[in-house]
Design a protein around this ligand. Structure first.
Ligand SMILES: C[S@@+](CC[C@H](N)C(=O)[O-])C[C@H]1O[C@@H](n2cnc3c(N)ncnc32)[C@H](O)[C@@H]1O
Length: 390
């Protein structure tokens, strides 16, 4: 299990999904997989034109076999990372980025010893001391506490190597958006007919919202909710970089109550991509979770589905997705909402190379991505339709 600390009931829940292949699953989520995906902003550029432009500068990017807007960069490694005398401790998310070759920025620093000076050689480590990258301190550590921006370690060697997507000029120009392949299949399930209103209940940082706008050719309007003011501000910046602001409104709200607080909104389609245990996210260098925390999330996830099913127009669509793998947060959440809300039916999620659900009477209609089978993060997608008579 390495640095994964899951209690016995959670391991049992994972065994329910993977059985004898649990070891393969655990091993694969410890690595990033062989491909790092990004979405081409098709409102601004043709994928082929973008790939040619990257190739001209010697940046190797490849087309996904199935989704035209999906491109990927190869991930190489693992490489050996040396533990130097001076170490800088990074947060979980920042360490996972550094492990893929990203630099370390101030918000991701957990501990930077006061004697580290600009120009010193350092190793970036996880909280549990796992070395993820070697680099050079870009500033004195004593300047870091309290600072919200700025480079702290310029990384020159990491566990894995791939293209630094966020440092490409194409990123700054809003031509690409880093997004996993399964996440791209979520907006792909929407109808996106011209003039539709789409509501994204848990929208930040805006991945599915932006994709829906692009797939519709800018012909739908999206209202993107998130509870966190800071995340909504960053989402607006991100959507502005992509040129999507004319098509979207980003609102700060607790969207579990959106059907009451915004009762005049009658969306044609709703996306529910709620907080989840993120057990499918990779690479997972360290993680600590209990089965109890998973069950608490299930109740939270159901609240968003209740709001979605009340808001959506008769005949409308609700897409539910998670980046996790437990049956409790996926197939069972759908079964529970179907028991509660009579108006909903399950429709088939259309994906080329995913597997079907692992549990329940609707399993053949769901999509699941398994890290050790599909090379992607672990992911779940379900599609619900509200009966026209409701
Ligand atoms: C899995 S992330 C969404 C990712 C996003 N859909 C995307 O594709 O980029 C879940 C989001 O739900 C937001 N959230 C959590 N509780 C919420 C609530 N009660 N109301 C609205 N948003 C909430 C979190 O702030 C977080 O940004």
């Amino acid at each position: 299990m390495g640095n994964l600390d899951y209690d016995a009931p959670l391991l049992e829940a994972l065994r329910r999904v993977y059985g004898q292949r649990l070891g393969l699953f655990i091993e694969s989520i410890g690595t990033p997989g062989e491909r790092l995906y990004a979405r081409v902003n098709t409102l601004r550029v043709e994928p082929g034109v973008l790939l040619d432009r990257l190739a001209e500068r010697g940046v190797e990017a490849l087309r996904d076999e199935e989704l035209p807007e999906a491109i990927y960069f190869r991930v190489r490694g693992p490489f050996r990372v040396e533990l130097k005398d001076r170490v800088v401790v990074a947060s979980k998310e920042a360490a996972e980025s550094v492990a893929l070759g990203a630099n370390l920025y101030a918000p991701g620093v957990v501990k930077c010893p006061g004697d580290v000076r600009r120009g010193d050689e350092v190793t970036v480590v996880t909280r549990s001391g796992l070395p993820v990258g070697e680099g050079v301190a870009a500033r004195d550590c004593r300047e870091v506490p309290g600072s919200r921006r700025g480079l702290v370690v310029e990384v020159y060697r990491s566990l894995y190597e791939t293209v630094r997507v966020r440092e490409l000029p194409e990123f700054a120009e809003g031509l690409i958006y880093p997004q996993s392949l399964p996440a791209m299949y979520v907006a792909r399930q929407l109808k996106l007919e011209p003039g539709e209103l789409v509501v994204d209940l848990c929208a930040a940082p805006g991945g599915k919202t932006g994709h829906a706008i692009e797939l519709s050719g800018g012909r739908v309007r999206v209202i993107a909710f998130d509870r966190s003011r800071g995340k909504v501000e960053r989402m607006r910046e991100e959507l502005s970089r992509l040129g999507h602001l004319p098509f979207v409104e980003a609102w700060v709200a607790d969207s579990r109550y959106a059907h009451e607080d915004f009762s005049w909104l009658k969306p044609d389609e709703v996306v529910v991509d709620p907080p989840c245990s993120a057990l499918g996210v990779r690479p997972k260098l360290e993680d600590r979770k209990t089965y109890g925390s998973v069950l608490a999330l299930v109740n939270y996830q159901l609240q968003f589905l209740r709001a979605a099913s009340r808001m959506v127009k008769p005949g409308g669509v609700v897409i539910y997705s998670t980046c996790t793998v437990t049956v409790e947060e996926n197939e069972e959440v759908i079964e529970r909402i179907l028991e509660e809300v009579e108006c909903l039916e399950v429709d088939e999620v259309r994906v080329g190379r995913a597997s079907r659900g692992v549990y329940g009477r609707y399993r053949e209609l769901f999509a699941r991505f398994h890290p050790h089978e599909h090379g992607t993060p672990g992911y779940f997608i379900a599609k619900l339709v509200k009966r026209r008579s409701c």
